[in-house]
Design a protein around this ligand. Sequence first.
Ligand SMILES: Cc1cc2nc3c(=O)[nH]c(=O)nc-3n(C[C@H](O)[C@H](O)[C@H](O)COP(=O)(O)OP(=O)(O)OC[C@H]3O[C@@H](n4cnc5c(N)ncnc54)[C@H](O)[C@@H]3O)c2cc1C
Length: 377
Amino acid sequence: MTMKANVLVIGAGIIGAVCALKLQQQGLQVSLIDAASPGCGVTAAGMGHLVALDETDQELDLCLFSLRLWQEFFAEHPGVGEASHCGTLWVAENEAQLTEAHHRAQRLNARLWRAEALTGDQVQKLEPALRQGLAGGVRVFGDSVVYPPLIAHFMAQQLVKQGGQLLLGKRVLSVDAGTLTFEDGSQLSADTIVVATGMDVARLLPEVAIFGRKGHLAITDRYPGRLSHQIVSMDYGQAAVSADALAVAANVQPRPSGQWLIGSCRQDQQIDTSLDPTALGAVLQVAMKLLPCLADMQIIRAWAGMRPASPDGHPVIGPHPILKGVWLAAGHEGLGVTTAMATAQLLADQIAGRPCEIDHTSYLPSRFFTMRSLKYA
Ligand SMILES: Cc1cc2nc3c(=O)[nH]c(=O)nc-3n(C[C@H](O)[C@H](O)[C@H](O)COP(=O)(O)OP(=O)(O)OC[C@H]3O[C@@H](n4cnc5c(N)ncnc54)[C@H](O)[C@@H]3O)c2cc1C
């Protein structure tokens, strides 16, 4: 196969698809490659909550940068990806969580992301399906919910409409400076190659150390009108999970269909996405504790997915320090949908040699490279 594109983006998940479209819109000629089809990887296994997480200032910077770009996108493309601007209701079950909820409201308001601290009664009034006796919470107005595979599909379609190319059913076996090799032995060359293959980054570029953090989800039958916000327990977090531990926190999302999508948990050192009844049971248990009516609702499907995580919990966005012309957009763990827009912008700015709107240095792949670990050295 002979073809010279300006940019080859490998992986049409939410990350690769958004990056490909952004680069095409910046005047580059982009080919987006996927072993299967757009959005069929972990992008199809997650919750699609566009959320302002604020465990660190850096995380909040990235989320807010991205969420504002998402807002512009939805203003231009209303309804794409089943977008619902339902907001998040963080629920505090005790005084310690309530204090943290109030801090969250302050932090978000200070960054002009509107949030309102609530008493237990106010939380209950807002969402009557929640159990009585909660300590309070915080309502975040600008957060949204999307169906991520539809967004990836839309981005890929837009890419083609805007002159880019989509190569589906083509698995990349290896990547080198300026060239990628498919499993049938054929090759493509380009000055710029973006690797956005989710979990498969661990195989293509093992030195980046992407690993899987497993999560279980379940979805109910249709019960329209019973829930208005994404409900998340204040003990939800991305904090690193110890070896074989299971971290579980209630996270329940109203789908436009009236279904409730129930999560979630985090488990490291898992080798596949098979269903673990213990983990799934724990997820349902904590959700039922907050929303007792779940006990009478029908679960119609459950599944697990692997969040592609990096060793320091931050995504990996920028140039490969050794392979000239190879760029990474990976390791977004449980925030890849939220931060896809920011990732694409940071990547496009770096490729173009422009200054980035937020500090991009802590996302650079070079932070994981030591001379000892380089297979290329
Ligand atoms: C349970 C769970 C809940 C989540 N909830 C949320 C949430 O509420 N909000 C949020 O923001 N994020 C959430 N996430 C995280 C989010 O889903 C991921 O961060 C994001 O989807 C990662 O996208 P990606 O494009 O990097 O990977 P993927 O979606 O896996 O895309 C990679 C693509 O590359 C292709 N590919 C792989 N290898 C090759 C190869 N060798 N050659 C060619 N193509 C290849 C695959 O076919 C795939 O299409 C959740 C994840 C899980 C598991």
